[in-house]
Design a protein around this ligand. Structure first.
Ligand SMILES: [Zn+2]
Length: 377
């Protein structure tokens, strides 16, 4: 009898302990739904949501902020998308920096810093990724989420065994939650397809001429430090590359394969007929050769295994002893955006986009990202 009582109490204690653990981990998991605040520059003309262009994403976890900077004089219209993949921080941090600093005197700049907002609400399973990383600004720390490549399964479930995307390409089931495989989207499709459809509507309604999608990839990936261009943007990319080389950025050109369907720049160029480009920088924290995924790795971009792989010549890009820090990756994105805008102007004098107060890439490299983020209030 006493033994039975003892078993009952140890069982009860274990049960309560499990409830406490579940409660604490649920709190931690749910904290990923708390979005970072953006402090747009005084040059902001209007702030909209993706649902302003397609009501199908209204009141869903896929609705995202759209920041519009419009000059007094008409010119070219550019769309800059960050956060298509929320585990590729250089893309969305570059978009945040633009939205928090720029003024536009001619043309229009439309920025979506977190294109797949659902992907920011969870992290990659089994990677042990930190939920956030932070920068010191003049007003204190600013925290940013390190999310997942895919839409949160809580918001889109279940995955099909085989995913046939809107461009009829067959992909593995999980890719149904990859925004960069779901273009041009479907009006009554999954959440991810609706986000893609909303972006297509934005392109149409804002009369976009040039659209850029900012990404990163693992350092061992062959298409890295690259401008991946739709064939309609080959000349634009080539002229921009010359400017980048003069500024000391080693970036290469990659033509986008025509049979790889569903990617942003492929379908933006084919379906919406706009100039379309995808940018890639090298993010060690996404790679397979790393030790612990930590905020230091995300921001510092240095891991001893990559340093070794670089020394052995096993990578497609130089990976020095210092690694590839986030500030260098963000500087690369901004320098490429700047070069593409000036190349766009050179090729068509009606498509001028004049941006003032863009954080200078050389200073981002030198002073770090926090210096150019608006202080938190
Ligand atoms: Zn990506």
């Amino acid at each position: 009898m006493t033994e039975l009582k003892g078993n009952f109490f140890s069982g009860l204690i274990l049960f309560l302990f499990a409830i406490v653990i579940c409660f604490l981990s649920a709190q931690k998991f749910l904290s990923m739904h708390k979005a970072e605040i953006i402090y747009p520059s005084p040059g902001l003309s209007s702030r909209k949501m993706l649902s302003s262009y397609f009501s199908g994403v209204k009141d869903t976890r896929g609705d995202a902020e759209v920041y519009i900077f419009e000059g007094e004089e008409k010119g070219g219209n550019i769309l800059i998308l960050g956060g298509t993949h929320p585990n590729e921080p250089a893309g969305f941090i570059a978009a945040f920096l633009l939205a928090e600093n720029i003024q536009v005197s001619q043309g229009k700049v439309v920025i979506v810093p977190q294109a797949n907002k659902s992907g920011f609400t969870h992290s990659e399973p089994q990677e042990g990724s930190p939920q956030r990383f932070s920068f010191d600004t003049l007003g204190g720390k600013r925290h940013f989420r390190y999310g997942s490549r895919l839409t949160n399964p809580v918001h889109q479930w279940p995955d099909p065994t085989l995913y046939i995307n809107p461009s009829r390409q067959k992909l593995s089931g999980t890719e149904s939650r990859n925004l960069n495989r779901c273009y041009p989207g479907r009006k009554s499709g999954t959440l991810t397809e609706k986000i893609a459809f909303a972006v297509m509507e934005l392109i149409k309604k804002e009369k976009i001429d040039l659209a850029l999608d900012l990404h990163e990839a693992a350092p061992e990936y062959p298409v890295i430090n690259a401008i991946v261009f739709h064939e309609n943007s080959a000349e634009l990319a080539a002229v921009a590359l010359m400017e980048l080389q003069l500024e000391g950025f080693e970036i290469r050109l990659e033509s986008s394969p025509k049979n790889l369907r569903g990617l942003s720049h492929r379908e933006w160029g084919d379906t919406a007929q706009v100039k379309a480009i995808l940018l890639e920088t090298a993010n060690a924290s996404q790679g397979r050769l790393i030790g612990r995924t930590s905020p230091t790795l995300i921001i510092g971009g240095k891991d001893k295994n990559y340093v070794k792989a670089g020394r052995l010549g096993r990578l497609f890009i130089p990976f020095g002893d210092e690694g590839i820090p986030l500030r260098l990756r963000v500087a690369r994105h901004l320098a490429t955006i700047k070069a593409l805008i000036s190349s766009f102007k050179e090729l068509d004098s009606n498509k001028i986009i004049e941006i003032d107060n863009m954080p200078p890439p050389s200073q981002i490299k030198e002073k770090g990202i926090g210096t150019f983020l608006n202080p938190s209030k």
